[in-house]
Design a protein around this ligand. Structure first.
Ligand SMILES: [Zn+2]
Length: 141
């Protein structure tokens, strides 16, 4: 049986749940858009940027290859959590920025661990390492 999924609603509700469960003490302080990217990137799973380089809004875009049914749900959660961490650490958003660089010093991993995401991080990194190349090969070219 094939089920038709409204992928955009799926992404929006997933993101809302992740914010509720992990960042409820923080809050969304500008317009946050989460959507599937138009581009099937070979390397980038997700990214965040400010809307028109202003603090008015933020856009998180997720690689549409992650819609593939072979991708475990926890990998999509993990990618969303990574981008949401950037958001709350003030990268691509109007939140106060405490660090100069979005990745240096493992600040994303530390934040994920603080929320109890160590195991999912490890599992996801493992899955990506073992499967991403094959997925790209199957879906691109
Ligand atoms: Zn990042």
């Amino acid at each position: 049986m094939v089920t038709k999924i409204d992928y955009d609603k799926y992404l929006a509700s997933k993101t809302a749940a992740l914010i509720r469960e992990n960042f409820s003490e923080r809050g969304i302080t500008n317009i946050l858009i989460v959507r599937w990217s138009n581009k099937k990137s070979k390397r980038i799973l997700g990214h965040i940027k400010p809307v028109n380089d202003t603090e008015f809004g933020s856009i998180i875009e997720i690689n549409p290859l992650l819609k593939d049914l072979s991708v475990p749900e926890y990998v999509l959660d993990y990618v969303l959590m990574h981008e949401l961490t950037h958001y709350f650490q003030g990268f691509g958003s109007n939140h106060k920025r405490k660090h100069k660089h979005p990745h240096r010093g493992g600040i994303v991993e530390k934040e994920l661990a603080r929320h109890g995401w160590e195991e999912i991080t490890q599992k996801s990194e493992k899955w990506i390492k073992e499967n991403w190349k094959n997925l790209v090969a199957k879906k691109i070219n």
